[in-house]
Unconditional design. Structure first.
Ligand code: FAD
Ligand code: EPU
Length: 267
């Protein structure tokens, strides 16, 4: 186990956030020790806005036995494994089920917690079983017990996803790659600048990005934070943005549109 005080700006895709004590756990014993005091769990930091002051809780990162997986994708997959790694393996093996998650830069655990996805499929669809750590022990759940819906799950309080069993269907490399190409095409308009993906959830039947666009808010800039010109639901870091600037942009949008924030906000 490693414990270090680190700037969370370095561990989040949007590149914003102050310091915290980061506990990198490699075994179940590590996890038991790390959870003895208030904690938060960090995945790949791709849906997070962390305050400029950081957070006082321990920030747990999964490594070691929680980042293991088998090249045939059978058996348990550690929650610390990156989705893009699994996508590559599933395309090579001709296994279908993860294609809708192409382009989502998450760890498995973060994708389960957020039920990440696109209109082509979401994480919950690809799960056979989910192993969670809570109340001092590991428990296995069927996805139907975890309240998955659009970008939402209801994991028991304080849960850490530790491993999952995937539910994939035998297909062909060609078919899996063709579906990935479809998803890739649907993502073409998304910006490459640092972000945490879409900042707001889509209201039923509409697109938050479209609504922000027609409201004329694209291009709004506060300090080094900007509503992307490419896609209205991406708030991007132009380099050196602060969390305060990002919050201000969120408030600017919400003053005009009743949108629910999709990002998890820490601090
Ligand atoms: P983090 O951002 O690290 O954490 C998110 C939440 O999950 C936090 O509450 C954290 O505590 C919790 N968490 C993390 N790991 C665990 C764990 N092991 N156990 C319990 N809780 C945990 N999302 C989509 O849904 N669809 C998209 O198409 C999409 N595209 C994106 C494109 C870009 C360029 C970026 C930067 C982001 C995009 N996102 C998208 C957002 C993001 O990738 C997802 O929300 C993803 O699920 C976050 O996973 P993470 O591992 O990065 O989690
Ligand atoms: N649109 C605009 N202007 C914009 C943005 C979008 O007019 O600035 C229009 C598009 O032209 C299209 C419609 O709105 O007609 C929908 O846009 P898009 O296909 O980009 O999808 P989205 O609803 O904005 C959702 C997810 C993305 C996911 C894409 C691809 C949410 C909040 N967003 O975006 O997920 O990658 O579909 O399937 O559900 C995320 O959750 O972080 C994320 C990036």
């Amino acid at each position: 186990m490693k414990i270090a005080r680190l700037p969370l700006a370095k561990l989040t895709t949007i590149g914003v956030g102050g310091e915290a004590e980061v506990w990198t756990v490699e075994t179940l014993d590590d996890l038991k020790t790390a959870t003895q005091a208030p904690y938060r769990v960090l995945g790949n930091g791709s849906n997070l806005l962390v305050s400029d002051a950081g957070v006082p809780e321990r920030v747990i990162r999964l490594a070691g036995e929680f980042a293991e997986w088998r090249p045939d994708l059978a058996g348990w997959v550690g929650a610390g494994v990156l989705l893009p790694t699994l996508l590559q393996a599933s395309a090579r093996l001709g296994l279908s089920g993860l294609e809708g998650l192409h382009g989502v830069p998450a760890q498995v655990g973060g994708a389960v917690k957020m039920n990440a996805g696109t209109r082509f499929g979401e994480m919950a669809d690809a799960l056979e079983l989910v192993e969670l750590y809570h109340d001092g022990g590991l428990q296995v759940y069927h996805p139907s017990e975890l309240g998955f819906r659009y970008r939402h799950s209801e994991l028991p309080q304080g849960s850490i996803v530790t491993r999952v069993k995937l539910r994939l269907t035998p297909s062909t490399q060609e078919a899996v790659r063709a579906k990935i190409a479809l998803v890739d095409a649907a993502r073409k308009g998304q910006p490459k600048k640092k972000s945490a993906g879409c900042a707001f959830k889509n209201p039923p039947g509409d697109s938050a990005g479209r609504l922000i666009d027609v409201s004329g808010l694209k291009g709004t800039t506060i300090g080094r934070a900007m509503i992307s010109l490419e896609h209205g639901n991406f708030l991007v870091n132009l380099g050196g943005a602060t969390a305060a600037e990002m919050y201000a942009l969120i408030r600017k949008v919400q003053a005009v549109l009743p949108l629910e924030v999709e990002w998890d906000i820490w601090g």
